[in-house]
Design a protein around this ligand. Sequence first.
Ligand SMILES: [Zn+2]
Length: 512
Amino acid sequence: MSDATLVRGRWVVTGSGQDDPVLSDAAVRVVDGRIAEVGDRETLRGRHPDAASLGSDRVAIMPGMVNAHHHSNGVSAIQQGIRDRLLESWLLSLSLGRRLSPRLATLLSAARLLRTGVTSVVDVHSDRGSARAYADNAREALAAYDDAGIRVAFAAGLMTQCFLVAGAGEDEKFLAGLPDDELRRFAARRLPPPDNLSEDDYFGIVDDLWRRYRTHDRIDVWYAPPGPQWVSDDFMQRIAEQAEAHDTGVQTHVSESFYEMLHGPLYYGKPTIRHLFDLGVLGPRFSIAHGVWLTKPEIELMAETGAAVSHNPSSNLRLRAGIAPLNGMLAAGVTVGLGMDGTTINDDEDYFDEMRLAMRLHRTPRFDGPAPEPAQVLEMATTGGARLMRKEDTLGAIVPGRVADLVLIDLDRVAWPWVSPEADPRELLLMRAGAGDVDTVLVGGEVVFRDGRPTRFDLDEVGREAAAMLGGQAFRSADAAMVERLRRHVEAHYQAWEVPDLVPWTVYNAHL
Ligand SMILES: [Zn+2]
C-alpha cells in the first residue's frame, strides 16, 4: 500500500503508558505500511484529502497485540479429546492427538489470533523425525504464516534428552523399572526414531530457514530448546551461540510446573535460571515461557540479564502449574509479555480474556500488597511483548515511524447504550472488549482480517480440510489404554522427588 490511508476512530489508543494519549475523533495516517502521522481526524483529512479511508466513529483503534508464547496446534487439546492434567501427564496424552498438517494448523491458528487483535506471535514449534520431514514441516508452517500475513517469530525446537521423564540419565532407569515388556515397548516409542535428525541436522535446517526469511518483514526464525531439562547443556549453549551469530531470538519453557521447579536443585544443584545464567545463555534475546516457580534470586537474574518472560495465566491454571509471581517480576523490572500458549481459560484464545485474567489474578488481598494496573497489563500485551521480540522500536504503539499494526474494535456492544465521558477508553476496552468485537486488523498497513474472517485465505475451506483430515484418522484406543498405564509410572517418578519448605509470594487464604 503506497498511497496514504487514513484510519479513523472514535478513540485512538496510542500506547499503554501514562504519557501515551488516547485521542478522540482521531485518525492514523498510514503510508507504505508505517504510521506517518496520528492526530485530529478533521485536520488530517483536510491535509490529505485524497487518502483512502478506513474505520469510522464506531470503532476504537488499538496497537496490534503480541502473543508472546504460542503453539500453533490448529485445534485445541480439548477438541482432540485430551483433558487438562498436570504438565508431565498432559504431555504424555498429547501423543494421542490426531495429526493436522502444518499448513492447516498454522492457518487455523493464525485466523484465531488475528480475530482477537493479535498481530505478532512467538510460535514455539516442536518436531522430530527425519531431517527431511522436519525441514518440510517447518517450511510448510512458515509458508502458511507467509500466506496468513500475521507477524511471527517462528521458534523451531528439538528435544535431545529426557524423552520419558525429567532428570538427565533417568529414562533408562525409568524404562527398566516398568513392570512388563508390553509397557516398556510402548514407552520406548517416545524415544527418538532411528532416523531422527541429528543435532547438526537441526542446526543446518534452522540456519537454512533463518537465511531464507532473514529479509522477510513479517517472519523471523528463532531457536526453541523446548526446556532446559529436555536438552543437553551443550545443545543449549550452541543454540545461544547460533542465535547470537544470527542476531535472532531463543524461547524455551522454564519453571512451568511444580516439578520443573524441583528439577533444578535436584539435577543442576541450583535453580534452573541460575543454571542458565551460569551457562551464559541469558540475555535480551532469550525468553522463557511461564516462570511460575521462579524464586526471587532467579527473577533478579532475569532482570539483570534482560531475559524476558511470557506470562501465560490461563495455561498455568489449566495445567495446574500454579500462579506466576507476576508482581515480583514487574517490581524487579523483568520484561514481561503476555502469552496464551494455545491453552486459554475459555479454550478460545481470546486475548482480551487473557489480559483480564492477568489483571485480576494478581490483585492481592491486602492494602499494602501489589496489584497490577490495567495500564501495566496493556503494556505487557503491547510493549512488553514487543520488547520480548526485540522489536520495541517498531511494534506496540501507535506513533509515527512504527509499523501500522492496528486493531479496530467495534464499539457498538462495548459502549452500548452509553459511556460516561469520564470513563477511560483504554480501561473500557480492556475491561469490556472481546475477540467478537474486533472489526478489522491491519498488519503493516494491510487489512488482514475484516468482517469476522482473515482476508488472505478462505477460512471456511481451511476448516473443511482440517475436519476431513482429522476425521479421517482413527482414534488409537489401544495406545490410549497404554498411555493411561504409563501415566501412573510417570507420575510416580515425580512424586518421589523431595519437596522443600516453600514460602509463597502471596498469601491468598489461611488454614487457621
Ligand atoms: Zn508452551
